[in-house]
Design a protein around this ligand. Sequence first.
Ligand SMILES: CN(C)C(=N)NCCC[C@H](N)C(=O)O
Length: 246
Amino acid sequence: MVKTYRHESVLGFFKGMSFPMFSIAVVNSVLFGVYSNVLVALTATSHQERRGQPLNYTHVFIAGCTAGVLQSYCLAPFDLIKVRLQNQTEPRAQPGGPQPRYRGPVHCAATIFREDGPRGLFRGSSALVLRDTPTLGLYFLTYEGLCRQYTPDGQNPSSATVLVAGGFAGIASWITATPFDVIKSRMQMDGLRQGKYKGILDCVSSSFRQEGIGVFFRGLTINSARAFPVNAVTFLSYEYLLHAWE
Ligand SMILES: CN(C)C(=N)NCCC[C@H](N)C(=O)O
């Protein structure tokens, strides 16, 4: 954090931010929309009716994994651009100085499209699907389980319960996702160095050989610290909007 601040000023912390702001709205819409509708289809009950019935954890996990797969494909291009921009660490472009490779999210998307074609925008998407499918199943399982645990039968969970359950759901999903996340980001950056890795398994084995088991948990602390508030608010918004519109 000190190096980023010193090297790139406070703006360095918001690098590649505008795209995720837009993309997270689209991705969460697909994530929570698919989850809710698959759950309604599997249980043949509405969100409200389900409160009064015992929770079928298998249905929750299937709905969460299905949502995880579909949101991954929406997320892939946005996530690739974010990772590429965040890994550009030269100081902000000085007039006449060396220009950074990508001048912004749109320029980054256009450059990747021009150099690698439309498929280039989905580099690392297989690793993203591997990362998000099981972890989003766990995400919704943790949320629904904790809500049920701390809410009397048949009642709606209180806002405090939703915030805490959502926060821990975010942490649980990131603890299991971080190893996949490290590999995913390396595969996304690989396109710049002309294919250092022959595939996901090669990336895993060479990362482990060169940097040891710790490499798969790099960023876990910061990911978990941010995951609690981010997902607490996400689930509170979800419950509030669903309740207001159902
Ligand atoms: C890959 N993983 C762990 C997840 N997608 N977890 C669900 C939380 C996503 C949320 N937008 C966040 O950024 O925490």
